[in-house]
Each structure stands twice: as structure tokens, then as C-alpha cells.
Design a protein around this ligand. Structure first.
Ligand code: URP
Ligand code: ZN
Ligand code: ZN
Length: 461
């Protein structure tokens, strides 16, 4: 099977140029001017961008959490990904008590089998750090193809600082990476008690219970562990100006601290918690939305290279039935998380590139190229000969009004309802196979459940 994409503007992390792209057997075979027209399928991409598929390295598909489960499974979540121009996901795999890392990885792979529509990998989350589990880190990096490990500094399943140190040491030996959810649990516990005493438990207090300083302190502490062990760490879903300042401070000292942020921390702010009725619950996520000041600081952090990666933290719960299941009079019982996988690329283009906040090349870097490098996806992340043909044909002029009715995520709301975006993925290819297509006024899934493959990732050196 061969395909030729003609006359598109190819965008890389460092530049852009007009050329044709020849695809054979799922790989990019040639790039050049006026390539031979003998391909079976010829696509005219004049006036369009040819982008590497976005990679979302932060999703929670079917994750059991707070007495329920994140609603998108590997079918609905990756169909939504395909429709949004996301051609690879790296999903969190929460190790259960008593499980080995291997068992956790195989369990989640079995959930994905026959369902997943684009390629995927897994980050094991270490939640039961028994000595034999720490010893298994080596195999996870070198054998299972899962070299990045999430840890939490909050929630009941958090790890303590001593465990963090052990994990930093162990991952350093073999080319692994620790990813950390950085919030100070004691500050949060204290404020939760205060708000309980005062009887102030509406969704707005969720944000007040997790102040910027809770993130700042945890980022600072994690960076100190990295300094002590001369290792490296990746801060997931960085949300605040103060957290970013601690990331930058560490980086300026030569400490290997990397950071990811998400569209919600760039585009939404804590005013959302004041929406009428129980609406604020839609934005109950951790860390919470911050002020506009943090939004601005995070855009700046991307442009200055302090934040390397954009991800979604896709963790959807219906507003009716899940968010309100137990938490209508207590924010602590509202499942934490929000949907976002399908709107990632359109938002970053429209709110980032089209509004002049980031360049097109920076968008490609933080959504694809840097992500593939950070997480060892050696065949992904670039329009380059030899790479997988994971390609988005993107029309920078196509308008779309975001509405949950025209999206594919298995959830009853989007935080971006009614927002008009400029620029949409109009054709999306995963290893050369078309998986989604713009049709009249929205994107339709045209791929196949079960087509996606588990990708064994390389050690991260
Ligand atoms: O609120 C969030 N972020 N839910 C998903 C779990 C996590 O902490 O990433
Ligand atoms: Zn988290
Ligand atoms: Zn998350």
C-alpha cells in the first residue's frame, strides 16, 4: 500500500517547507519535491499543514479512581484521540496492591487488546513499592518497554520521599524516568479539615484546598531529591506560576527537572469554579485551575523551554451521574479529572499558534517531537524518512465550534463548550492508515478498533 501526500507544508520542530511525502507499508519512505506519482493513493495537501501526529503522554483510560472509573476505555478514548489528531497515547497503568509491574502492564494490555484504535504505550504507576517491585524497574525499562514510572505525592496511594529517592536511583541505573504528581499532601489535608469545620465544601473550595504553594513545595522537594541523586524527574501537569519558578530554578542550577503542562492550565482559570449551581464540579481536577497570572506564566515557560511537553491528563467523568455521585455537598468526594484528549491539537493551534502565543514549530515540538524523544518512542514524533507514517493533514483555516455533541469522548461535557477554534485536523493517518476525516462540520472516525499496537519504548538515555 503506497500513498503520496502532495504539496503540503511540512512542519518540523525547527522549520517548515513545502514538499511531497511518500508513504509505503506504514512508513515514511521519501520526502521531496515532485515525487513520482505512481502511488496507489494521491492526496493533494496544498494549503494544508502536514504535521506529525500528536502524542498524548498523559491519559487515564478506564482508570479506577475515587470509587468509580474514568469513563473512556481504550476504544472510545483512542477513537477520540484519532479524531483529534492524536496518533499515540501513553496511558497510566496503576499498579494494584500485591501486583508486580509485569502483571500491571499485562493487565492493562489485555484491556486494550481488540479495542485500541491508535498506537499506545504504558507508564506503570508505582503504588505498592515492595522491594521486589523496585528490583523489577530494570526489567520494566529493558524488557517490557515501559521506561517511565509515575508516582504520586498525594492521594492515599502516594509514595513517601524515601521511596522516591530509591526510584530515582534505580531508574538512573537503567535509563528510566520518574514522573511525579507534585502536590504537598499535608497542606491539602490541613485545608480540607479547615473547610470541613467551616462547612465550606462547594467545588470552589477544591481549588482553595490545593493552593499554588502546595505545588511549589512539592516541586521544590522533588527537585532536591533529583539534585541529591544526580538523576532526573518529570513533573506531570504543572499548573502554577510558583511551581514553574521552582522548575526553572532547578534547571538553572543544572538539575534535570523536566515539565509538562496541559491545555486546561493554559486556557482556563479558577473563575470557572464560580459557575452557577454545581457546574464548578466540571473543573474539579488536581492540581486545580489557577489564576490568569499562572496561565500567562505557563505559556512563557513553554516558549522559554522550561516546559518541554504538552499533554492532556485526560480523565473524564460525566457531570450527571459521576461528578455528582457523592460530591454535591462535599468537593472531596467529586471524582478528580476532566476530558481533553480530542481537543488537544485544535486548542493548541487555535489558542496557541493562531493567537501568536507559540510558533507552529514549537507546537509540533511540544505535542510530538519532544514527546517522542522524552519517552523513547523512536519511530514517532516527526515527519522524517524512516519514521512511522503517523500524520495529520491540518487545515489551518477550518473553523469548528467545540461542542460535546460533535466530539467522540465518552463523557457528557467538554470544558470548552461553545469555543470557536481556527484550524482542524482534516485527515489523520496512523502508520499510513486513515483513522479520521473531516466531514462537513466535524471529524468522523474512519479507522478500526483493535488496529492500534502496543509500542515497546526504548530506554531513555
Ligand atoms: O484530577 C486529575 N488530574 N485526575 C487524574 C489523576 C491525576 O492525578 O493525574
Ligand atoms: Zn496527577
Ligand atoms: Zn493524570
Amino acid at each position: 500500500m503506497s500513498m503520496l501526500i502532495k504539496n503540503g507544508l511540512i512542519v518540523t520542530s525547527t522549520g517548515r517547507y513545502t514538499a511531497d511525502v511518500l508513504i509505503k507499508d506504514g512508513k515514511i519512505k521519501a520526502i521531496g519535491a515532485d515525487l513520482d506519482n505512481s502511488a496507489q493513493n494521491i492526496i493533494d495537501a496544498k494549503g494544508k499543514y502536514v504535521l506529525p501526529g500528536a502524542i498524548d503522554p498523559h491519559t487515564h483510560l478506564s482508570m479506577p479512581f475515587m470509587g468509580t472509573s474514568a469513563q473512556d476505555d481504550y476504544a472510545t478514548g483512542t477513537i477520540a484521540a484519532a479524531c483529534g489528531g492524536v496518533t499515540s497515547v501513553i496511558d497510566f497503568d496503576l499498579q494494584q496492591k500485591g501486583e508486580s509491574i509485569f502483571e500491571a502492564v499485562e493487565r492493562k494490555k489485555s484491556w486494550a487488546e481488540g479495542k485500541v484504535a491508535v498506537d499506545y504505550s504504558l507508564h506503570p504507576a508505582i503504588m505498592d513499592p515492595r522491594p521486589e517491585v523496585i528490583d523489577e524497574i530494570k526489567d520494566a525499562i529493558l524488557e517490557y518497554g515501559t521506561p517511565s514510572f509515575k508516582i504520586f505525592m498525594v492521594y492515599d496511594f502516594r509514595v513517601d520521599d524515601a521511596t522516591m529517592i530509591r526510584l530515582l536511583q534505580e531508574t538512573k541505573k537503567y535509563g528510566g524516568l520518574v514522573q511525579v504528581h507534585a502536590e504537598n499532601v499535608h497542606i491539602i489535608d490541613h485545608l480540607n479539615q479547615e473547610f470541613e469545620k467551616a462547612g465550606t465544601l462547594s467545588p470552589y473550595y477544591h481549588a482553595l484546598s490545593r493552593p499554588n504553594i502546595a505545588e511549589e513545595e512539592a516541586v521544590f522537594r522533588a527537585a532536591k531529591m533529583v539534585e541529591m541523586t544526580d538523576s532526573k524527574i518529570y513533573i506531570v501537569h504543572l499548573s502554577s506560576k510558583e511551581g514553574l519558578a521552582r522548575v526553572k530554578e532547578a534547571q538553572d542550577k543544572g538539575i534535570n527537572v523536566f515539565a509538562e503542562t496541559c491545555p486546561q492550565y493554559l486556557l482556563l482559570d479558577d473563575e470557572r469554579y464560580k459557575e452557577s449551581g454545581f457546574n464548578g464540579a466540571k473543573y474539579v481536577m488536581s492540581p486545580p485551575l489557577r489564576t490568569k497570572e499562572s496561565n500567562i506564566a505557563l505559556w512563557d515557560g513553554i516558549n522559554r523551554g522550561n516546559i518541554q511537553i504538552l499533554a492532556t491528563d485526560h480523565c473524564p467523568f460525566d457531570f450527571s451521574g459521576k461528578k455528582d455521585m457523592n460530591g454535591t455537598d462535599d468537593y472531596r468526594k467529586i471524582p478528580n479529572g476532566a476530558p481533553g484528549i480530542e481537543t488537544l491539537l485544535m486548542l493548541m493551534h487555535s489558542e496557541g499558534v493562531a493567537k501568536g502565543r507559540i510558533s507552529l514549530e514549537k507546537m509540533v515540538d511540544v505535542l510530538s517531537t519532544a514527546t517522542a524523544k522524552m519517552f523513547g518512542l523512536k519511530d514517532k514524533g516527526e515527519i522524517r524518512v524512516g519514521k512511522d507514517a503517523d500524520i495529520v493533514i491540518f487545515d489551518p483555516k477550518q473553523k469548528f465550534t467545540i461542542t460535546q455533541k460533535k466530539l467522540h469522548m465518552n463523557v457528557d461535557y467538554t470544558p470548552y463548550e461553545g469555543m470557536e477554534v481556527t484550524g482542524m485536523p482534516v485527515e489523520v493517518y496512523s502508520r499510513g492508515k486513515k483513522v479520521s476525516q473531516w466531514q462537513k462540520d466535524h471529524v468522523e472516525f474512519v479507522g478500526e478498533k483493535g488496529y492500534g499496537k502496543f509500542v515497546k519504548r526504548e530506554p531513555l538515555i
